[in-house]
Structure formats: C-alpha cells, structure tokens
Unconditional design. Structure first.
Length: 254
C-alpha cells in the first residue's frame, strides 16, 4: 500500500470520527463513497464501512457514557432487533445488483438530509410520535429489525434511524441522550453486519483497520465536543453531510 493511499485513508478516518462523534451517525456516509471512488465495489465498501463503525463507535460510546447520555434499556431493545435485521439485510444485499443498492442509498441520504435540516431549525420540535406506553419497547424491537435490514443492505449502522425511532416512541428524551443511546445500539448492529459481510468475503480488512483506528481516536475527541454543542449545530452538521453524500452518489451513478 502506497504512502499516499495511507494518508487518504487516515483523512477519511478523521472525517468519520467527526461525523460519528458529533452526530452518532454511521460512518457509511463517508466510507462507502470514499472507498468506492478508491476502487472497491459497493458491496465491499459497505462491509468495510460496517467494520469501521464497530471500531469507531467504541470510543464514542465511552464519551457519551461518561457524560451519562445513554439509556441502556432502550439501547438493548433496539440493538437486539437490529442484529436480527442486519443478518437478513446482508443476504438481500448479496443478491441485489449494485446500481440498485447505490440508488437506494442516494434516496436514503436525501430523505435524511431533509429531516436533519428541519430539525436544525427547531431542535425541540415535537414531531408526531406514538403514545404506546409499555408497548413502546416491543414496537421499538420490531422497528429496529427494519433498521437492521437497512444496515445489512446499505451499511448504515442505524445511528440516525435509531434516533428517528426514539423520536417516534420516546419523544421526551433529549437529543444528546438519543445520540448516545443510538451509538451504543449501532455498535451491536454494525458488529452483526460486519461479521456477516466478512463471512461472505465482502470486506477490505486493511482499509477498514486504518480508517477505523484513526476514527476511533478522533471520534472520542469529537464526541466530547458534541456533548457541549447546541442541538441545532449538531443537526446542521448532519444535514450538510447527508447532502454531500447524496450529491456524490448521484454523480457516481450517472
């Protein structure tokens, strides 16, 4: 591996650390487009992204736990559902044409960009939520299975989707606690997906380790910063990242 490529992978790792640390979102938004441009197939890039998420989220989770911004009960329910779903998603991805997966990825990021920018204007905005009482937990498990399927097919480990579920089912939770809880759930869903991709040979171990190790260090630093940021800034940063990723994917597809 050339020195230039190592430097590029390290820079990708810094960007992933910033994204995950600040927003609790999967590094897929950066890793998949970047590794695709570097020559990996979309499926290999997805598998590699999941391994990067596993490495990165460890430090981010620690930072949010230290700041007491994690709900263990909700996280365990969401993680369990996502682990089940991610195994299903990988099987779907293996049989699906790459162009179709890339198109679905672009649609997903564009929708999430809209949601993030809307929340940046009013972080305390109460979107419609389900008042299910004790049924919120089994509902969260079932919905998390769908998140896991997206994890397996597109490599999005579920950070922002877990947050969306919590807005829907546990709307009283603050955004920082949602991010911490989502990141802990994402750790388990990413691990499940990465193992599945590795088992079918769709993962670049060397690239993943370089990006992941770098993101591990910077993720902790950015997570500490995020715990002091205004919620509107976090949403604005996330929305901008989604837009850049969407544009990048559209250019790659055409």
């Amino acid at each position: 591996m050339s020195l230039a490529l190592v430097v590029i992978l390290i820079l990708i790792g810094v960007a992933v650390g910033a994204l995950t640390g600040i927003t609790g979102s999967s590094g897929v938004l950066i890793v998949v487009p970047a590794l695709s441009y570097l020559g990996l197939s979309f499926k290999d890039a997805v598998g590699s992204s999941l391994l990067v998420d596993v490495i990165t989220t460890v430090s981010v989770v620690v930072a949010y736990i230290q700041n007491k911004n994690t709900d263990y009960k909700i996280s365990s329910i969401l993680a369990l559902g996502a682990v089940v779903g991610s195994q299903i998603g990988v099987r779907i991805a293996v049989e699906t044409p790459e162009k179709l997966l890339e198109g679905a990825f672009a649609v997903f990021t564009s929708v999430m960009a809209y949601i993030s920018f809307r929340r940046s204007k009013n972080p305390e905005l109460k979107l419609r939520h389900l008042n299910l009482g004790k049924l919120s937990f089994p509902a969260g498990f079932l919905m998390a299975i769908l998140v896991g399927i997206v994890t397996g097919t597109l490599g999005a480990s579920g950070g922002i989707m877990f947050i969306a579920l919590m807005i829907l089912l546990f709307s009283s939770m603050c955004i920082k606690k949602m991010i911490g809880t989502a990141t802990l759930s994402m750790l388990f869903s990413a691990t499940s997906g990465a193992i599945a991709y590795f088992s079918v040979g769709l993962l670049d171990l060397e690239d993943s380790l370089i990006i992941g190790t770098t993101a591990l260090l910077f993720g902790y630093l950015f997570a500490r910063m995020a715990n002091k940021m205004r919620p509107s800034t976090i949403y604005l940063f996330l929305g901008s990242t989604f837009v850049l990723t969407t544009v990048s994917e559209i250019f790659k597809i055409i």
